[in-house]
Ligand binder design. Structure first.
Ligand SMILES: [Zn+2]
Length: 178
């Protein structure tokens, strides 16, 4: 079903098993931690305008109503659905039930965008800090910003490649994934 020319929805019952297996390895988005306007309302506008051809998602829980900003009719997406948001789509989200979804960005050739799959940008200075970062109250902080203001980020989780570094382990430089 294509409720909009730039948004494709595959109903839960029709989502192929191999897509589910693929998608569950992607990062997980949680509506609870997404900025909402007003705060806690479940409402936010989203423009799919990055340097990707599409964002593909598998909804794990929850539900939302999407209202395209071009005036097209609203439609609902819910747990189990697979959704493809094509570049150029813009809509007002209204999360009606807290949603979690796996997501990945795809390029023109239909392949996953590596930099999006693995990218972490510092929420203070926007530097790429995938290799090493600190997670503090949903913010990713690069080592430079972290060291500038360590007291402020007390209790932050030290991460490498988006995974927690166990505190008791010596922080050896790990081999980069190919
Ligand atoms: Zn930074």
């Amino acid at each position: 079903m294509a409720p909009h020319e730039l948004c494709t929805v595959t109903a839960a019952a029709d989502v192929p098993d191999d897509f589910k297996a693929l998608a569950t390895a992607w990062p997980l988005w949680d509506s609870k931690t997404h900025p909402q306007k007003p705060r806690g309302s479940g409402k936010f506008r989203f423009d799919y305008n990055g340097t990707y051809a599409s964002e593909r998602v598998l909804i794990m829980s929850g539900a939302a109503t999407l209202k395209p900003t071009d005036g097209s009719p609203s439609f609902d997406i819910k747990a189990g659905d697979a959704v493809t948001f094509w570049n150029g789509f813009s809509c007002d989200w209204r999360v009606t039930k807290r949603m979690t979804k796996h997501y990945a960005y795809y390029s023109e050739d239909g392949k996953p965008e590596e930099e999006y799959e693995t990218g972490i940008a510092c929420d203070m200075c926007s530097a790429d800090c995938f290799a090493e970062s600190y997670l503090f109250e949903e913010m990713d902080i690069c080592p430079t910003c972290f060291k500038k203001d360590e007291a402020r980020f007390e209790g932050a989780e030290h991460q490498k490649e988006g995974e927690a570094v166990p505190a008791e382990q010596p922080q050896k430089k790990r081999k980069q994934k190919a």
